[in-house]
Ligand binder design. Structure first.
Ligand code: ZN
Ligand code: MN
Length: 473
């Protein structure tokens, strides 16, 4: 292949669909608090001989939504294959997956920076069991297998090697997660998302390593950064490059070789005779397509038309609940003002409190009240910020709060002028210093007024009045 970038990354992402039951049996996918290992199981998801898989229709609908939202071409016939391998996480020694013909092919995602990342395929498969080690994988004297997870419905999304940096890989994952959240097919509280990353660099002639089973977006970016550096160092040391499969260790934050790379042929795929071919009709596809919600890129386009900067529009659109809040608020509030407060001020407070938007419960009527007070200059930005921070912790009516606590902005010019005159009189040295060219002294005077009004005066107005008073003298 001919690549133009120095770093080439392709991702294979396993995403658990949030169905009620497993892919081929009626066992629940939802963990129960303090459940015992292997308690949410049946002969099918335990892989007992003679058990027969029955395909979960809801999982097909969820997977179709995803494949269509990723702009894939959909296969008219759904077929499943057995991927053979010997490992304690799959008792029947094969995983039911799709190989020859995937559910969807040739899709793409457009990133906020407008880059198109091609999707090679989207297919459905069952999740294997979880292997539990005592302590670390290296030192554990035994391995335990928990089949509660076995048979959960997964979608595997395989990108083309279009990503050019670890940061871009994370951008891609953020965009993908935004889409699945909009589609309501993924629950970040209990659904799993894992990635395998293929990565190579120009200096090695693009000999690639595959890093397996990385959980979490930050970890994926870290693993990719590590691999770029490792491969560059290996070049410097004149090491021979072989295609290999590697493991990511979250503790040491490094990768290590598991095996030199196997090929797909090594898995000896055969069609699964237990599962009949399922037709996917054009009607079914059209129906799901027409029911798709507006997706993040479309939302961002809409916000840009409302006058928002591109960056603000994309950031608001990425988080479904934030985008919905913005839509409701911007009906009655100037969209640019709403974006300033929802995108910039709100995210500042969330960062400080180490929370995400989905973790807080904020009522749009309260935000609308707050921003109306700002728009009508009834409160200063300083007061508004204080109220917004309080709204993150608990709901209340900003309007009532402002009245009850006497927080209205001091905008009476007569009153402000009186306060400014007092400040000038009481601080003659600062006035002299300012006249001599020290702007800090001027800010000192403005600060005095802000302090006496407890932040309820507009700094711009106070500056204007003080300047006029000093000029007059
Ligand atoms: Zn089961
Ligand atoms: Mn897979």
């Amino acid at each position: 292949m001919n690549f133009t970038s120095d770093i080439v990354i392709g991702l294979e992402i396993h995403l658990q669909l949030n169905t009620k039951t497993k892919l081929f049996c009626s066992c629940s996918t939802k963990p129960i608090k303090d459940e015992s290992p292997n308690s949410r199981t049946c002969p099918t998801c335990l892989g007992h001989p003679g058990s027969k898989p029955i395909l979960n229709k809801a999982a097909i609908d969820f997977a179709l939504k995803l494949a269509l939202a990723l702009n894939c071409k959909i296969t008219p016939q759904l077929i499943f294959s057995r991927k053979s391998y010997f490992y304690p996480d799959l008792a029947k020694n094969y995983q039911i997956t799709q190989y020859e013909i995937p559910l969807g092919e040739n899709g793409y995602i457009i990133l906020p920076n407008k880059k198109k990342v091609r999707i090679n395929r989207v297919h459905m498969e069952e999740d294997p069991a979880a292997l539990v080690h005592k302590g670390s994988m290296q030192t554990s004297p035994y391995v335990l297998a928990d089949y509660n997870r076995s048979g959960n419905p997964l979608c595997e999304i395989v990108t083309e090697p279009d990503l050019e940096s670890p940061e871009e890989a994370r951008e891609f994952l953020n965009s993908l997660i935004a889409i699945v959240n909009y589609l309501n097919i993924f629950d970040s509280n209990h659904c799993i998302i894992k990635a395998d990353a293929n990565i190579s660099i120009k200096e090695s002639g693009y000999v690639r390593s595959e890093v397996k089973n990385i959980s979490g977006f930050k970890e994926i970016e870290r693993a990719l950064f590590y691999e770029v550096e490792r491969q560059k160092l290996a070049i410097k040391k004149n090491e021979v490059f072989v295609q290999d499969t590697r493991a990511w260790d979250t503790n040491t934050r490094s990768t290590s070789r598991l095996r030199t790379k196997e090929t797909e042929a090594d898995y000896g795929y055969i069609l699964d005779p237990d599962l009949v071919v399922t037709d996917i009709t054009q009607d079914q596809i059209s129906k799901i397509k027409s029911d798709l919600p507006q997706l993040p890129t479309q939302k961002a386009e809409k916000f840009i038309k409302q006058g928002l900067k591109e960056e603000d529009a994309h950031i608001l659109a990425q988080e479904k609940s934030l985008a919905h809040l913005f839509e409701k608020v911007s009906i009655s509030i100037d969209p640019i003002l709403a974006a300033k407060w929802l995108r910039h001020e709100l995210s500042k407070f969330l960062n400080l409190k180490n929370k995400t938007f989905s973790e807080i419960d904020i009522d749009e009527t309260h935000i609308i009240e707050l921003l109306n007070l700002v728009a009508e200059n009834k409160i200063t930005d300083l007061t508004a910020r204080d109220l917004l921070e309080k709204l993150i912790d608990k709901p209340f009516s900003p309007q009532a709060y402002v009245i009850a606590n006497n927080l209205q902005a001091v905008s009476d010019e007569g009153e402000l002028t009186k306060l400014c005159k007092d400040a000038i009189k009481q601080n003659p040295q600062a006035v002299e210093d300012f006249k001599a060219g020290n702007s800090k002294s001027f800010n000192f005077l403005v600060g005095k007024i802000m302090a006496t009004t407890k932040g309820k005066a507009s700094p711009a107005e106070v500056s204007k009045i003080i300047k006029e008073l000093i000029d007059k003298n």
